[in-house]
Design a protein around this ligand. Sequence first.
Ligand SMILES: Nc1ncnc2c1ncn2[C@@H]1O[C@H](COP(=O)(O)OP(=O)(O)OP(=O)(O)O)[C@@H](O)[C@H]1O
Ligand SMILES: [Mg+2]
Length: 451
Amino acid sequence: MAKKKTLFECQSCGFQTPRWMGKCPSCNEWESLIELNSEQIKFLKETSTISTQTNTNKAKPITEINEDNVTRFSSGSRELDLVLGGGIVPGSLTLIGGSPGVGKSTLLLKIAGNLAKTNKKVLYVSGEESAGQIKLRANRLDANHDALYLLPEISLSSVIAEISSKSYEFIIIDSIQTLYSDETPSAPGSVTQVRTITFDLMRIAKSMHIPIFIIGHITKDGSIAGPRVLEHMVDIVLYFEGDTNSELRLLRGFKNRFGSTNEVGIFEMNKHGLNDAKSMAGKFFDKEKLQSGSALTVIMEGSRPIIIEVQALVSESYGHAKRSSTGFDNNRLNMLLALLEKKLDLPLGTHDVFINISGGVKVNEPSADLAIIAAILSSYRDRELSAETLFLGEVSLTGEIREVSSLSQRIKEIETQGFKKAIVPTKPIENSNIKCFIADEVSKIVEWIFI
Ligand SMILES: Nc1ncnc2c1ncn2[C@@H]1O[C@H](COP(=O)(O)OP(=O)(O)OP(=O)(O)O)[C@@H](O)[C@H]1O
Ligand SMILES: [Mg+2]
């Protein structure tokens, strides 16, 4: 009797193996391998032979090739245009990921409304909500327009038929995990489904020059649910961040084939939807409410400086000392604590230390190190830091305070926001009214931080 062929596929990265394993050797995810049935194996075999047979393009010298005409158009949102690198590129496939309720559908429906008002024919495909539900949201966002079409549908073939029936100029898919291709014998949201659908949408975007935005749900660890291959296939990957308790949302570029990923879009959620934040100044801190354990610093989000509040809580530990941080790298926190213990003789090994960056901001640059140290010292001594002073500097393993990028721009923001003092690693080049204290060693700042 012929031996039955089995194939297991990782639901996280698409890795395939004939043997079941508890942990995927490709992406290290646990219990992500599921067995494919004979129909699914047959489908995979067929699609792999089709792709080798249809490859008939001939290579040409690069000098004979005309470049693509990238004429961007505005999405009607200054912040989204900034993250995209100057506007929407026709024929591009963009993936927007974000946790539940962060505002993905709200943002894209608003953009759909903006574009419809410029007489672009827009198709909003929703597999999650009914047309009536979306209409309710559109009323709230003031996104009603004749040129905006809604299609509550989960079947990819119906979506493709609709796209072919009218000359749409912008398409939104909400969400990729709910679409279903009849040609693929797996459940919606599975690796094979998501891969096939994205491939088809990519073909439509490129061949018809229509920009397509896809919404993707994210898993608990913050990556797009479904295969990582999704991120590789699309042109642009954007992530929505933000604390659902605060009204601010950050849209961060993770990958962009048409621009840089340095810029961050900042939006405000209110009852009229998600709008461009008018000014970020003062959104991430409250000068009047600073208490012991809070320190202010300036981080650069793309080309923009933002003043943020860093909070620390140091309390005596009854057992194994805990260290936990939200919005800041835990390993870096451990390094700073070890440094404080060694250089300043602080008995932090017997204390729990918690760090939080207010407003749901994630700090990805080392310039906030000094502020973290100041907040820890402030909480440990239970003494408030001056609400007029900001802390800037990267701290090295030797306790040296290193310079930060764009110092003059950061100091200018501090001045604009009405602060008076800053503890910095080097003297800023440009003159300002800010009194700068130059600190080059961690051991030296202790005498200065409570000034
Ligand atoms: N009437 C309202 N007034 C103010 N804010 C609202 C109102 N209705 C919804 N919201 C806000 O919009 C958010 C939901 O936004 P949205 O549905 O766009 O999120 P989503 O990211 O698409 O979520 P999901 O992943 O569940 O689809 C809510 O969390 C809430 O903050
Ligand atoms: Mg939604």
